[in-house]
Write a protein that binds this ligand. Structure first.
Ligand code: PEP
Ligand code: MG
Length: 570
């Protein structure tokens, strides 16, 4: 009997494939005495060889799909496995102490890890992390425990996991990973956002999917309606194949609008842009007919690696995006780390409330070298396209002024050293903290633009963690409280002759789109795959008609009232 589990539809599309359950291996190591030590050494060597083979495959794949910089970590792991100091020490321990390979490997690697961790040098500390990762893999083989990383998948599957970290998500190979479902997470958790930019159907926040499923069972991921069907019948498979075909057909219709601009039925033009996480996402932006990049989340450049990206690495990523966008606007957001996006190598203390903590612009204003490096890379790249710089998580005008002063300082230094910098870079802010939405009229005098980050604006206004599916009912984009804040921001921008965009997920939401159009939003930035459906929807909407109902909508009691009104009237 099949079973249907519901979750949150995170990325549109249907996937039908075998389940691949991604688990952290449990490694329990017992020390045993061994008589036949040469056989034990052979067993150790075999585990080592298998681990090396796996890592080479992963490295090659990472190289092809994600580029050399991301693959470098696997090359480092391979080096550890060939290091005679480690390998010989394990063999000697087995031989001399007549102990099993697991315990010898565990003891030797722990000694090395401790030694490297004690060192003052950052590079050496990172080696400790490499050794830890690699030993886990070898130990898993010795203990015959399945060890998996998303990058090692080489057949068509759907991934089921408790959660996927953004760096797990970045390792997914689109050729083989047809979809995924997780126990935790909401529509705006970053793995969900990345699944949309990678166009992988996904359902998140199912609470129980990993308890319900085993490797190899057939699964359907319905990313359109947010369901996972475990062990479907032939009839169900046929139904979903039909649903998939219909969705593909609908996509073909939308595709006809790929080279069009975006006008409402009464000829009001808006800009539809896309959100990206890496330069590789630009392909999807152009293929989906976006008119610009409304949000480049640069933090992914800093993640899934073990040290900060250099100025040169950043410069080449920003330049690549700007060049590929050929003069279309590109809003690049400065580092927004924190919340669910961690950088282990910064060794920041754990916080009780990471979403309210030392993150984003707060961290950048404190750790200025990190910030200044990024700003230099951005300024140098500015000559290669139409760059707009945006600061995240601005809560006070002082924060904006400080960030802008640092930017101007770096700009002056670059110009004085003879570096060319564009002289019309707009500098704006994310409006994602209620204090800033309320003070938008004041900010509007000093910023060049606003981009409303509703993912955070909603979580902070409703006091509901965007990662916690138990409070996901409070993620209420159409709650009049949110709509009133959005109106304040748009009106404030227009009063000062500035533009207002939105780059939170709400911008691509079919219920929100008519309201946002009516409120006068200038730029809508969304997952690339939402651009064409949004364009098709806006072509059928009259801004003037919606505008006459805006006050009525803002006066409504509840989100449900708003939804009902939009569904029946627009
Ligand atoms: C937002 O908060 O709406 C936003 C776009 O930023 P992020 O999702 O990266 O926090
Ligand atoms: Mg945000």
């Amino acid at each position: 009997m099949s079973e249907k589990i519901s979750g949150i539809a995170a990325s549109a599309g249907i996937a039908i494939a075998k389940a691949f359950v991604l688990q952290n291996p449990e490694l329990t190591i017992d020390k045993k005495s061994i008589k036949d030590t040469s056989k034990e050494i052979e067993r150790f060597q075999a585990a080592l060889d298998t681990s090396k083979e796996e890592l080479s495959v992963i490295k090659d794949k990472a190289n092809e799909e994600l580029g050399e910089d991301k693959a470098a970590i696997f090359a480092a792991h391979l080096l550890v496995l060939s290091d005679p100091e480690l390998v010989d020490a394990v063999k000697q321990k087995i031989e001399n102490e007549q102990v099993n390979a697991e315990s010898a490997m565990n003891d030797v690697s722990s000694t090395f890890i401790n030694m490297f961790e004690q060192m003052d040098n950052e590079y050496m500390k990172e080696r400790a992390a490499d050794i830890r990762d690699v030993s886990k893999r070898v130990l898993a083989h010795l203990l015959d425990v399945q060890f998996t990383t998303p990058a090692s998948i080489s057949e068509e599957v759907v991934i089921l996991a408790e959660d996927l970290t953004p760096s797990d998500t970045a390792q997914l190979n689109r050729q083989f990973v047809k979809g995924f479902a997780t126990d935790i997470g909401g529509r705006t958790s970053h793995s969900a956002i990345m699944s949309r930019s990678m166009e992988i159907p996904a359902v998140v926040g199912t609470k129980i999917i990993t308890e319900k499923i085993e490797n190899g069972v057939m699964v359907i991921i319905d990313g359109l309606d947010g369901h996972v069907i475990i062990d479907p019948s032939q009839d169900e498979i046929a139904t979903y194949q039909e649903k998939k075909a219909q969705y593909e057909k609908q996509k073909e219709e939308w595709a006809k609008l790929v080279n069009e601009k975006t006008f409402s039925s009464d000829d009001v033009q808006v800009e539809l842009a896309a959100n990206i996480g890496t330069p590789a996402d630009v392909k999807g932006v152009l293929a989906n007919g976006a008119e610009g990049v409304g949000l480049y989340r640069t933090e992914f450049l800093y993640m899934g690696r073990d040290q900060l990206p250099t100025e040169e690495e950043q410069f080449s990523a920003y330049k690549e995006v700007l060049e590929k966008m050929e003069g279309k606007p590109v809003v690049i957001r400065t580092l927004d780390i924190g919340g669910d996006k961690e950088l282990p190598y910064l060794n920041l203390p754990k916080e009780l409330n990471p979403f309210l903590g030392f993150r984003a612009i707060r961290l950048c204003l404190e750790e200025q070298e990190i910030f200044r490096t990024q700003l230099r890379a951005l300024l140098r790249a500015s000559k290669h396209g139409n760059l707009k710089i945006m600061f995240p998580m601005i809560a006070t005008l002082e924060e904006f002024r400080s960030a802008k002063n640092i930017l101007m300082d770096e700009k002056d230094k670059l110009i004085n050293s003879g570096t060319e910098v564009s002289d019309n870079i707009e500098v704006g802010i994310m409006v994602e903290i209620p204090s800033t939405a309320v003070m938008a009229d004041t900010f509007a005098k000093e910023v060049d633009f606003f981009s409303i980050g509703t993912n955070d604006l909603i979580q902070y206004t409703m006091a509901a963690d965007r990662m916690n599916e138990q409070v996901s009912y409070l993620y209420q984009p159409y709650n009049p409280a949110i709509l009133r804040l959005v109106k304040m921001v748009i009106d404030a921008a227009h009063k000062e002759g500035k533009w207002a965009g939105m780059c939170g997920e709400m911008a691509g939401d079919p219920i929100a789109i008519p309201i946002l159009l009516g409120l006068g939003l200038d730029e809508f930035s969304m997952s690339a795959t939402s651009v064409l459906p949004a364009r098709s929807q806006i072509r059928g909407l009259s801004k003037e008609k919606i505008s006459t109902h805006i006050n009525e909508i803002l006066e409504m009691d509840t989100m449900e009232d708003v939804i009902k009104f939009v569904e029946t009237n627009f």
